[in-house]
Design a binder for this molecule. Structure first.
Ligand SMILES: [Zn+2]
Ligand SMILES: [Zn+2]
Length: 317
């Protein structure tokens, strides 16, 4: 079973996204790239180099349902005559045009984001949505933790690694402990724990950073020899990356706690201090990251939180 990395361009700040071709029967793609002409051309060219065509693809597996990873899933599925699409059940909100914005709006307002900013974030989100086709319920199957994706030779084990999104999954080839990890593991950047409703109770916030730390530890327990990420080159030294991520997360948490004044602050206040002058596109991600850290600090007893006029205000105890 050969794993071929095919970098595909995206219109997003993150740069190219990796699509992985599992060159073995049934022919399988892990992720697809965004719905753009350029991405489709790059993917076709990558497949051609391996002497396969889109119509040979039998299975499309999504690490998660962000537009840069899932955008072409429907188009590819249709062209490959109903190739089977797999995505984790907790990506539901993302799968169908990602999130019902009402849920997201409630989470942002509770984080103290002013109404005009919430509206700006909604508009930005509408723009991003154009880069993916939604999948209907009958057009995909669910990835289940610990299940196997079987191939003629070999298999990939599904490892549910929530954090970046609730339904993010990684895939382990046990024979040599190679992992394909989507945006859970990126060589050059620490992945953003994206603000999401809890898939079990959408009125609550998904505890993204706490879940992410568990996922990183779970991957570590697999002793991976090589980790293919959603963007950039593969990671050869997971142990180094694990320690670097943990250090970065710890430092960011200390910075955030220090920024909270005696009078208390909302996540929005802290994000403004932490990422001053952030442009429109990145303000949502700035709030996302700040909320994730505040949640974790609160869980660890380092901060207190109270609801004040519908907004969460954090204080140092
Ligand atoms: Zn992502
Ligand atoms: Zn990505």
């Amino acid at each position: 079973m050969r794993i071929i990395r095919i970098p595909v361009p995206t219109p997003f700040y993150v740069g190219p996204v990796n699509v992985y071709l599992i060159h073995e029967e049934p022919l399988t793609l892990i992720d697809t790239g965004p719905k753009t002409k350029e991405a489709m051309e790059a993917l076709r060219e990558g497949l051609r180099r391996e002497r396969v065509r889109v119509s040979d693809v039998r299975r499309i597996v999504l690490t998660h349902a962000h537009e840069d990873h899932c955008g072409l899933a429907k188009q590819l599925r249709d062209e490959a005559k109903d190739a089977e699409v797999f995505v984790h059940g907790w990506e539901t909100g993302h799968r169908k045009g990602r999130l019902e914005y009402g849920e997201n709006r409630a989470l942002l307002e509770r984080a103290g984001v002013p109404p005009p900013e919430v509206e700006g974030m909604r508009r930005m989100y509408e723009g991003v949505r154009r880069f993916a086709d939604a999948l209907e319920d009958h057009e995909h199957s669910e990835l289940v933790d610990d299940d196997e994706l079987k191939f003629e030779k070999g298999a990939l084990r599904v490892v549910h690694t929530p954090g970046h999104t609730p339904g993010s999954c990684s895939f382990l080839r046990e024979a040599d402990r190679t992992v394909i990890a989507g945006d859970c593991v990126l060589k050059r950047i620490t992945p953003n724990p994206v603000l999401s409703p809890d898939p079990v109770d959408p009125a609550r916030r998904f505890r993204s950073l706490a879940e992410y730390l568990v996922s990183l530890a779970r991957l570590r327990s697999l002793h991976p020899t090589l980790v293919y990420g959603g963007h950039g080159d593969p990671v050869e030294d997971y142990e180094e990356l694990f320690n670097r991520y943990l250090r970065a997360i710890g430092e960011r948490q200390s910075d955030i706690i220090r920024l909270i004044p005696k009078t208390g602050a909302t996540a929005w206040d802290v994000a403004q201090e932490l990422f001053p002058g952030t442009d429109d596109v990145h303000r949502f991600l700035a709030v996302s990251e700040t909320v994730a850290h505040l949640d974790l600090a609160h869980t660890e007893g380092k901060l207190a939180v109270e609801l004040n006029q519908g907004r969460e205000v954090y204080r140092r105890p």
